[in-house]
Design a protein around this ligand. Structure first.
Ligand SMILES: Nc1ncnc2c1ncn2[C@@H]1O[C@H](COP(=O)(O)OP(=O)(O)OP(=O)(O)O)[C@@H](O)[C@H]1O
Ligand SMILES: [Mg+2]
Length: 366
């Protein structure tokens, strides 16, 4: 059992509240990802769990034991840092075994554990090299190996892939996921990269300015974002946001803006009723916009816009659209006929998957 619980944890650095009343429960063997933009308090949260930073207030529990006053070495946690923090004068074997030596394990036990970790990570041939003789990806593996040999209750990862090039990052992402399954470990992984969060997490915890915004499975936070921040943070290209107002006409509700008038799906009506006439923000993901040549489509689902920029990615295209004063991005399969810049397009929106946010609070209405 390795459960990690934070209850109302606050970290104040002078006048900066780096972590603001954070309450999270991470289950045994869960892969939890803390994600948010730079400075939102991710590292601070992780360092408090590790015991490298004391909480200003609140409680931290590991397996139901309050650990606020336990030094790091007594928390049975291993942390992998962004810069790997390897000892330059030690070879890989010594780097990996150093923590165990401090714990006064026998030489044979240390060797066995280092060997086991090297086998798991495929770094046997690197054991006698010094860190400066390793590539970024190899160093990263050694840093993970140093954590594995300790057989900790909980692994903490602080942006371990951010120093790697894009291709290696994708490969290491998959490796860390496999490692998680193989070790059956509880992992708390910090990143600012929402793709890493989406692809690796059992559950994502999204933070902004020290405050937890939402948590849930990757698909939950993608499909049902709690507020505009989460909606804009998760997904790439990001969700389009357009200011609008809600108007009732006959038995329908229309989402109207500068250059469009969309008919809200019936299922949205109960939630939208209370916001009639008020400023809202309409949100639609780039993949929920499609070219629509079919003139029989309900005009309430149609947007007319000018193609301003067309980006061809090979497998798909992104079109930057000008619609009234607003700009939107559409993500489409490569069309049969190329889309020209300046062309006026008729676009069908998958409104069932769109969102409406309260403009003032930024909370999701629907
Ligand atoms: N030792 C410190 N003293 C004062 N302020 C600090 C200290 N450590 C962090 N902060 C501040 O606390 C806030 C949160 O920092 P933190 O390092 O936790 O962010 P982060 O989410 O890890 O960001 P990044 O993605 O850039 O690593 C920031 O405003 C930062 O400037
Ligand atoms: Mg950080």
């Amino acid at each position: 059992m390795s459960k990690v619980v934070l209850k109302n944890v606050v970290k104040q650095f002078g006048s900066v509240k780096a972590v603001d009343t954070l309450s999270i429960e991470i289950q045994d063997q869960e892969f939890a990802v803390l994600v948010g933009s730079s400075g939102c308090g991710k590292t601070t949260a992780l360092r408090m769990i590790a015991g490298l930073e004391t909480a200003t207030s609140g409680d931290i529990f590991i397996d139901d034991v309050r650990v606020n006053d336990l030094p790091p070495r007594d928390r049975d946690i291993a942390m992998v840092f962004q810069n790997y923090a390897l000892y330059p004068h030690m070879n890989v074997r010594e780097n990996m075994g150093f923590g165990l030596k401090i714990q006064k394990l026998s030489g044979s036990e240390i060797n066995a554990r280092v060997q086991e970790a090297a086998d798991i990570l495929g770094i046997n041939e690197l054991l006698d090299r010094k860190p400066k003789e390793l590539s970024g990806g190899q160093r990263q593996r050694v840093a993970v190996g140093r954590a594995i040999v300790r057989k900790p209750k909980v692994f903490l990862f602080d942006e371990p892939l951010s120093n790697l090039d894009a291709k290696l990052r994708v490969a290491m992402r998959a490796e860390i996921s496999k490692l998680h399954r193989r070790l059956g470990a509880t992992i708390i992984y910090v990143t600012h990269d929402q793709v890493e969060a989406m692809t690796m997490a059992d559950r994502i915890f999204i933070m902004s300015k020290g405050v937890l915004q939402q948590h849930g499975s990757p698909m939950e936070v993608y499909a049902q974002p709690a507020n505009r921040f989460v909606a804009g943070f998760i997904g790439s290209p990001a969700m389009n946001f357009v200011e609008a107002t809600l108007k009732a006409e006959d038995s329908d509700i229309f989402i109207t803006g500068n250059g469009f008038c969309l008919k809200a799906p019936l299922a949205f009506q109960p939630a939208l009723q209370a916001h009639l006439g008020r400023p809202v923000v309409f949100g639609i993901r780039p993949e929920d916009i499609a070219l629509s040549d079919d003139t029989s489509t309900d005009p309430g689902n149609i947007l007319t816009a000018r193609a301003d920029v067309v980006e061809t990615l090979g497998s798909e295209i992104f079109i930057h659209l000008a619609c009234g004063d607003d700009t939107l991005v559409a993500r489409l399969p490569v069309p049969d006929r190329p889309v020209e810049v300046g062309q006026t397009l008729r676009l069908g929106l998958n409104l069932a998957r769109s969102h409406v946010f309260d403009k003032d609070s930024s909370n999701t209405i629907v």
